[in-house]
Design a protein around this ligand. Structure first.
Ligand SMILES: [Zn+2]
Length: 486
C-alpha cells in the first residue's frame, strides 16, 4: 500500500514537472514582423522651442475652489493658433467650458467610429519650498543639456503640443483620414476634469458621436524596473484604479485628563488606523495585470517565467511575492494609506473626537462598497464612524484584442523598434474616465522614456523631457494618425 502511494506521488511530481517545464519552455515572445516605415523628417529644435513656450504659461490647477487661471489659458490658446496654422485653418475648433479645446478632423467615411487623441493643458502647482531644488525654474521652459525643462514637459503639455505637431505635419503632407479624429485637451485634469474632459465627453455624446477609442496620458516606456528584463517596455494601460478617501471619526466623552477612561478618542482612533494597516485588502491577480504578466513572461528569467507560465498552480506564490511592497503591491491590491490624523486641543483635556483620513486606490474587481464594508468589519467599533469623503470606482478594463489596441501596438513597434509592448494598469487617475461611456475602449499611453529615477519628476521637481525623446513622441503620433485614419 505504502509502496503504491509512493509511486503515485512520484508519478504526480514527474507529471507536474513536465507540465511546468513544458509551459515555461513554450512561452516564447511573439514573432514580430513589421514593415519598414520611412522616418518622417521633423525640425526637432523648432518643436522643442514651441514646447518651451507652452511651459511658460502658468496654467495651474490649484484646487476645485480656486479660480481658473483664465488669462494663462488664453495665452496658451493663442500659442496653439500661432504655432500650428494649418491645424487652425483646417480643423474645426470648439472651446468647451471657456478653456478646454476640442478639434475635429473630419473623416471621409462617416460610418467609421471616431478616434479621440487626448491631452491636458493644466499642470499641478510647484510645492512651496521646493522651488530652489529645480535646476532651472519650473516655468522657465529652459532648453539645456538636450532637454526642455519645466512643469508640463512630462505631464502633460507635451501631449498637447506633440499631437498638434503631428497633425500639422500630416495636414501639410496631405493625409486625408477616412475616420474622424478628434483632439481633446482639457483644462482641469489635475482636479478631476469635471469641466474639461467631463463636458467635452457630454458634448460629443449629445452629438451622437460614435467613438472606437480614446488615447490619453497614463503609462509610459520604462526601463530597469521589471526584474530580469533589460529592454524598455511600453505599457499601454487598459484601466486605471479607483480612488476613495474615507474619514474615520472616533468619539468619546470629554473631561479632565486626570481621571481618564481606559481609551480616549485618540486611542480608539489609533487602534482603528493600525487595524486597517494590519488587515489590508486581499491580493488578487486581475485583468489587466494578468494580461501584463502574460505579455512579459516570455522575456523574463526562467524562474519567474516558470511561475507566471504556470499560474494555474503557482498563483498564490506569485501573489505572495507581488504583494510584499512597492509598485507590485499596488498592482495586485486595493491599497490603504492613512494620510491625515487630527484630534485633541490641549494636553490635559480629554478629546471628544479625533479624525483620520485614509486614502484607498481601488483595484479593478473591487468597488467603493467593498472597501467601506472591509473598513467597517476591520474597525469593528461602534464609536468610530466611517464616512466617504471622495470616491470613484475603478475604470472599466478595455480590450487588448480590439483593432484599436492593435493599431497602437503596431505604431509602437514601427516607430520604437527597441521596445517590448505590454498592457498595463495605471495606478493613478486620468481624464480617460470621463470617456468610458462614449468610447468602446480607453487606452492610456505616451511614449515617454523613463528610467527608475524619472518617475519622481512627474508632479515633483526637475520635470523635463529629452528633446530626442520628444521627437520620438511626435513621430509616434505622426504614424499613429496614418494607422488610425484607415
Ligand atoms: Zn496628467
Amino acid at each position: 500500500m505504502l509502496k503504491k502511494l509512493g509511486l503515485l506521488i512520484f508519478v504526480v511530481i514527474v507529471g507536474l514537472t513536465v507540465v511546468i517545464a513544458f509551459n515555461t519552455i513554450t512561452n516564447t515572445p511573439p514573432e514580430v514582423i513589421t514593415e519598414q516605415i520611412a522616418i518622417p523628417q521633423i525640425d526637432e529644435m523648432a518643436a522643442a522651442k514651441r514646447l518651451s513656450q507652452a511651459v511658460q504659461f502658468k496654467t495651474i490647477s490649484q484646487s476645485r475652489e480656486a479660480p481658473v487661471a483664465a488669462a494663462e489659458f488664453g495665452k496658451m490658446h493663442a500659442l496653439l493658433n500661432a504655432s500650428f496654422p494649418t491645424v487652425a485653418s483646417n480643423l474645426k475648433k470648439q472651446i468647451i467650458s471657456e478653456h478646454s479645446l476640442l478639434y475635429k478632423w473630419e473623416g471621409s467615411d462617416p460610418a467609421l467610429p471616431a478616434a479621440i487623441l487626448m491631452g491636458h493643458m493644466d499642470v499641478v502647482p510647484v510645492e512651496p519650498g521646493t522651488e530652489d531644488r529645480w535646476e532651472h525654474p519650473p516655468f522657465s521652459g529652459v532648453i539645456k543639456d538636450g532637454a526642455v525643462w519645466g512643469r508640463g514637459t512630462l505631464d502633460d503639455k507635451l501631449s498637447v503640443m506633440a499631437l498638434l505637431e503631428a497633425a500639422e505635419f500630416q495636414l501639410k503632407a496631405g493625409l486625408k483620414p477616412k475616420r474622424t479624429i478628434y483632439f481633446a485637451f482639457g483644462h482641469d485634469e489635475e482636479i478631476g476634469g469635471p469641466n474639461g474632459a467631463g463636458k467635452i465627453s457630454e458634448f460629443l455624446e449629445e452629438q451622437g458621436v460614435r467613438v472606437a477609442f480614446t488615447l490619453d496620458e497614463g503609462m509610459v516606456i520604462v526601463q530597469g524596473i521589471m526584474p530580469g528584463i533589460e529592454r524598455p517596455i511600453a505599457f499601454i494601460a487598459l484601466a486605471e484604479k479607483g480612488y476613495l478617501t474615507l474619514e474615520l471619526t472616533a468619539t468619546a466623552t470629554g473631561g479632565h485628563s486626570s481621571i481618564p477612561p481606559k481609551e480616549t478618542a485618540v486611542g480608539k482612533l489609533s487602534k482603528a488606523v493600525s487595524a486597517l494597516e494590519a488587515n489590508r485588502l486581499p491580493t488578487a491577480l486581475q485583468r489587466p495585470v494578468s494580461d501584463m504578466f502574460d505579455a512579459l513572461a516570455p522575456y523574463m528569467p526562467t524562474s519567474l517565467k516558470a511561475v507566471i507560465s504556470n499560474r494555474w498552480l503557482l498563483e498564490p506564490v506569485l501573489l505572495g511575492q507581488l504583494g510584499k511592497g512597492g509598485a507590485t503591491n499596488a498592482m495586485v491590491r486595493t491599497t490603504t494609506a492613512a494620510t491625515i490624523i487630527q484630534g485633541g486641543t490641549k494636553d490635559n483635556v480629554l478629546p471628544t473626537s479625533a479624525t483620520a483620513t485614509v486614502n484607498f486606490r481601488i483595484l479593478p474587481g473591487n468597488t467603493i462598497e467593498d472597501v467601506v464594508a472591509h473598513v467597517n468589519d476591520t474597525v469593528n467599533d461602534p464609536s468610530v464612524t466611517v464616512k466617504v469623503k471622495q470616491g470613484g470606482n475603478p475604470s472599466k478594463v478595455s480590450r487588448q484584442t480590439s483593432e484599436s489596441y492593435k493599431k497602437i501596438e503596431k505604431t509602437i513597434m514601427e516607430t520604437l523598434p527597441d521596445v517590448i509592448v505590454s498592457p498595463g494598469l495605471m495606478l493613478a487617475g486620468s481624464d480617460s474616465k470621463h470617456y468610458e461611456k462614449l468610447a468602446d475602449d480607453n487606452y492610456r499611453f505616451i511614449p515617454m522614456r523613463f528610467g527608475p529615477k524619472d518617475l519622481s519628476r512627474v508632479h515633483g521637481t526637475n520635470e523635463r523631457v529629452m528633446i530626442k525623446n520628444y521627437a520620438e513622441i511626435i513621430r509616434f503620433y505622426i504614424r499613429l494618425m496614418e494607422n488610425v485614419a484607415q
